[in-house]
Ligand binder design. Sequence first.
Ligand code: AMP
Ligand code: ZN
Length: 468
Amino acid sequence: MKIYNTMSRRIEDFVPIHEGKVGMYCCGPTVYNFAHIGNLRTFIFEDILRRTLEVAGYEVRHVMNITDVGHLTGDGDDGEDKISKRSKETGKTVWDIAAFYTDAFLKDEKALNIEPPVVVCRATDHIADMIAMIEELEKNGHTYIADGNVYFSIDSIDDYGKLARLNLDELMSGARIDVDSAKKNPKDFVLWFTNSKFKDQAMVWPSPWGVGYPGWHIECSAMSCKYLGKHFDIHCGGIDAIPVHHTNEIAQSEAASGEKPWVKYWCHGEFLLNDTGKMSKSSGEFLTLSVLISKGYDPLDYRYFCLTGHYRSQLKYSEEAMDHARAARQSLFQKVAEMKASASPSSEISGKAEEYLKEFDDAMMNDLRAPQALGRLWTMMKDQSVSDADKLAVLIKMDRILGLGLDKIEAAGESKVGGPEEWALVEKRAEAKKNRDFAIADSIRAELLERGFVVKDTPKGPVLEKSV
Ligand code: AMP
Ligand code: ZN
C-alpha cells in the first residue's frame, strides 16, 4: 500500500510501526452545528482509507475525537469558543448543544455507511489527560504563563512548522499587530485559558493554573497519545488543519514525549467547494446531509459522488454532478438487483474477473485512486465475457472499500419497501379496517407517514411507498 504523506510531500510505501496493525487518529467534528457536506467529505475519505488498510490486511485502530470545547472561531487563539457562542445565540446549554450535534453527526456517519471508529472520545471527558500533558510540557520547559493563560513557546523547539513548511521569518514580519499581546512570539499558542477575553466561557475546570479550559490543539494530542501511544502510524484531517492545528499538535506532542517523529504518516483530504469557494459553515449555501435528502438524494449518492474525485483534489459540488452520481449509483444498484435475481456470487473468482478486482485493489492501494478504481468496476460491468456470478463476487469484494452496501441489495422483484415494524403496522391497519375501526386505521396511516411511508390500497392488497 502507498499513501501520500503531507510531511514528506511524497507518496510513500506504507510500513506500519507494529506489524499488521495500524493506529489512525482522525480529528473529529466540532459539535456546535450540523456537519456540512464538506466536513463529511473528509470523514468519507478517512473511512475509505481505513477500509483500504483493512482490505490490505491490517487491523486498524481508528480513533476519532469529538471537539466539544476549546475550538475558537479564529485559528490564532482569537474569537470565541464556537460552542459557547452557539449557546448564547440559542439560549440552550453548551452541553445540550454538544450532545445534540454529536448525535446528529453520528447519524450522518451511519447514513453514509462510514464504519464507526473503534474509539470515539469527547474532549470534555479528557480534561485530566490534557492537564497532565501540559504539566509535562511545563516540566520540559516549553511553556510560560502570561496574563493568566498558559502558552506553548514555539521558540523552545527547533523545528516548529515542519509539516506546513512555514517560513517563520516571513510569518513574523507579516504577523498581525492585533495578536494577543501576552504572546512572546505571535505563533505561540494557548494550552490552557484562565484569564482571557473569554470570561463568560460556560465550560470550565479546575487546574494547577486556575479555573479555566483547554486550548483546541492540546485535546487531539492528549487523546491520540492516550489511545494510540506516543508514536503512531496515521493522523488525518482536512487540509485546513495543516498550518495551525496539526502544526501545533506536532509541536506539543513531540515536546511532551521528547520523541520524534510523533506520527509517521500525515494524510489530508482536500476541500469540497461550492460556487463561492471552500464550503464552510459561515459562507455560501450551508449544505447538510439532510438538505441533500430533502432534495431527493440518498446519502449513498453523496458517498458515490465523493468517490468520483481523488481525495487530494478539490471537488466541486453541484446538483448536476450529484445527479450524475445518483444516476450511476442507482444504475449500479439496479444491475446488482437484476443479477441477484438469476445468479449467486461465485465462490471462486476466475481469470478475467480476478484481473478486474486486482486492478481495482491496485488503484486503491496506490494512494486511494478511487476514480480509477470505479472505472475498473464499470469496465467489468460492461464486459460480457465475465459471468454474473463472478461479477457479483467481485462487486462484493470491491464494496468492502466502496461501502455502498451492495451486499444488502435484494434481488429484483423481491424488494419490499418498509421493514418488519412497518409491515406489522400495515397488518394492524388492515385488521382495523376489517373491523370498520376507521379512527385506528387512520392513526396507523399517520404513524406510517411519520416513519416516512405512504400506505396505498391496491387490488393486490396494501403496499408501502416511500413518502417524498
Ligand atoms: P470541524 O467540524 O470544523 O472541526 O471540521 C471537521 C473536518 O472537516 C476537519 O477535518 C476539517 O478540516 C474538514 N473540513 C472543513 N471544511 C471542509 C471542506 N469544505 N471540505 C472538506 N473538508 C472540510
Ligand atoms: Zn485535531
